[in-house]
Write a protein that binds this ligand. Structure first.
Ligand code: 2HA
Ligand code: ZN
Length: 269
């Protein structure tokens, strides 16, 4: 069977980059079984021939109405599919969907009728907000990074910007490459509207948010950019835990050293 990616260099590159990220999530131990999701807005890579493609699924409800997404196209990980499989075969473990005229339903158009992620409403709600706010961001990534999830089990860490400041102070690059820090989303049932709504709210101020006792949700220019931000935060969490394992609480960079970073890298705060 011919893939939609054949002869489409830019779309193929975007899907392959997403597959590369899926491999990193698995290799990092952040994507057990079918854990995690990736959704990428590929509308700008879609040509007229793709727009004419017939649906290969029934029209399915999203669960919410998102007017900003009318006629948009997304590559989505398939529900129940594994990141480690998606890394090798992205079009068998994910699919491309088209948002319908009603802005409340979608159809799958390629390559196979693989149903998209269970977290589709929360991912699409974030994409709608990104479009409405004129953001260049095209990707959302949800994954289960071990050390960050472990830190979310400690109540004192869940106060506003407590973890942001600890993680920023572990190594200078974290503040430079995750300049907005880490937002906190209180525990809510996976796939629930409550989780989607508090994620949407927290992403107004942060690029990466920590879902208490579950995982992280990040937005970025592409899946690689979202992954990089999670990766630098995870690196800092590992340094914190390594210090604790050696029997001491790490000192962290001083206020003055953090301020120096902010000025040198022209960071927002
Ligand atoms: O899709 O990780 O939270 C699998 C998940 C949902
Ligand atoms: Zn999850």
């Amino acid at each position: 069977m011919k893939s939609i990616l054949e002869g489409r260099t830019a779309l193929r590159a975007e899907v392959e980059k997403t597959a590369e990220v899926a491999g990193y999530l698995w290799q990092n131990g952040w994507a057990e079984r079918n854990g995690g999701n990736i959704t990428v807005n590929v509308t700008h890579l879609v040509d007229n021939d793709i727009r004419q493609l017939p649906a290969i699924s029934e029209q399915r409800p999203i669960g919410i109405t998102l007017p900003a997404l009318r006629g948009c196209y997304f590559y989505c990980k398939g529900t129940g599919k594994r990141m480690r499989d998606l890394a090798r075969q992205p079009m068998e473990n994910g699919s491309i969907i088209r948002i319908q005229e009603d802005c409340a339903s979608y159809v799958i158009i390629a390559d196979q009728p693989v149903l998209p992620t269970s977290e589709l409403p929360s991912h699409l709600a974030v994409h709608a907000r990104l479009i409405e706010s004129g953001s260049p961001y095209k990707a959302t990534v949800h994954t289960h990074p071990i050390e960050l999830v472990a830190m979310s089990h400690h109540r004192p860490f869940l106060g506003k910007d407590v973890l942001t400041n600890i993680l920023w102070s572990m190594i200078p690059e974290t503040k430079a490459f995750c300049p907005l820090g880490l937002g906190i989303v209180p525990y809510a049932l996976p796939g629930s509207n409550a989780l989607a709504e508090s994620t949407l709210r927290e992403l107004e101020d942060y690029d990466v948010v920590l879902w208490e006792k579950h995982g992280v949700f990040a937005k970025g220019l592409d899946a690689m950019d979202a992954f990089d931000q999670i990766d630098v935060l995870s690196k800092s969490a590992k340094i914190y835990l390594s210090a604790k394992a050696m029997g001491f609480v790490p000192e962290g960079m001083t206020e003055a050293q953090m301020k120096e970073m902010t000025a040198a890298f022209h960071l927002p705060r």
